[in-house]
Design a protein around this ligand. Structure first.
Ligand code: CP
Ligand code: NVA
Length: 306
């Protein structure tokens, strides 16, 4: 049966751990893959939103594995003129071996998975970004060792990256705190899943409007843009709600552990969600995160093309 990746909700702790191990093997060049294994295999990238890192790292990952790639801008497909996802998915399945999609709603991804006979990977929707969560968990493991019982703090919008990172990190046994203005907490459904998982894994899951409380004793502090792609209409209102209280600054980081690291999936707006001195400082792991996207995407393609 084909496997798809829609969100971190479907992955077990074991599957997450295995993907991280596989990605680290790719990173260390420790995986021998025959030159012909992916010859004639084609990855299709269907993108409805801009991307620098995810698109390029998937393209390079597939090429380094020995396969080929086609980039499909949504505007160039008949879907932009009203053709259904159902017919598009069936058509693409005849030509491609795997599809990576970046779009608005998870319903669209689900529709693709329903009618594609090939694996589908969610490369970001308004509510999820599982590929980012996986490579960020790898970055944290490499820096901190096993994630079990460490404290990870998310400061900022309860967005797509936050949703998948929360669920993935708790599945690996991390304590997880989220701090944002109340109306920007993750949706109730995510809070419910995260709370149940935290109970199962015997860890703490905390939601607070107090960022100082959230970063207290944190091993890892993470943030993301206040304004996600497609949410530009809310810009003024959101910036007012978040700033300056929810900026990851030197003052805020003082409440975390001395050796706490900082993560941000990028793109970032320095001076909004994070200060320049933190994102460009010694404890920032942003460039490791960028690198690990390549290795994790190879691990995903290798696992899902089997
Ligand atoms: N982090 C991330 O997904 O970046 P891009 O939007 O550039 O792909
Ligand atoms: N939350 C951001 C992530 C970008 C990679 C967005 O959706 O724009």
């Amino acid at each position: 049966m084909k496997s798809d990746l829609i969100s971190m909700e479907e992955l077990t702790s074991k599957e997450i751990t295995n993907l991280i191990k596989l990605s680290i093997k790719f990173k260390k060049n420790k995986l021998k893959i025959s030159k012909n294994q992916y010859k004639n295999k084609i990855l299709g990238l269907v993108f409805q939103k801009p991307s620098t890192r995810t698109r390029i790292s998937f393209e390079i990952a597939m090429k380094q594995l020995g396969g080929d790639v086609i980039f499909l801008n949504n505007a160039d497909l008949q879907i932009s003129r009203g053709e259904s996802i159902k017919d598009t998915a069936r058509t693409l399945s005849q030509y491609l071996d795997i599809i990576v999609i970046r779009t608005f709603s998870n319903m669209e991804i689900q529709e693709y998975t329903k009618y594609s006979s090939i694996p589908v990977i969610n490369a970001l929707t308004n509510t999820n970004h599982p590929c980012q969560a996986l490579s960020d968990l790898q970055t944290i493991v490499e820096e901190k060792g096993p994630i079990k019982n460490i404290k990870i703090t998310w400061i900022g919008d309860g967005n797509n990256v936050c949703n998948d990172l929360t669920i993935g990190a708790i599945k690996l046994g991390a304590n997880f705190s989220i701090s944002s203005p109340r109306r920007y907490f993750p949706k109730k459904r995510i809070i419910k899943i995260a709370s149940e998982l935290a109970e199962k894994h015997k860890v703490k899951f905390e939601l607070t409007t107090n960022p100082i409380k959230a970063v207290q004793n944190a091993d890892v502090v993470i943030t993301d843009s206040i304004i996600s792609m497609g949410m530009e209409k809310e810009k003024r209102k959101k910036l007012k709600a978040f700033l300056p209280t929810y900026q990851v600054s030197k003052t805020l980081m003082k409440h975390a552990k001395n050796n706490a690291v900082f993560l941000h999936c990028l793109p970032a707006t320095r001076g909004q969600e994070v200060s320049k001195e933190i994102i460009d400082g010694n404890n920032s792991l942003i460039w490791k995160q960028v690198e690990n996207k390549l290795h994790m995407h190879k691990a995903l393609l290798h696992t899902m093309l089997k």
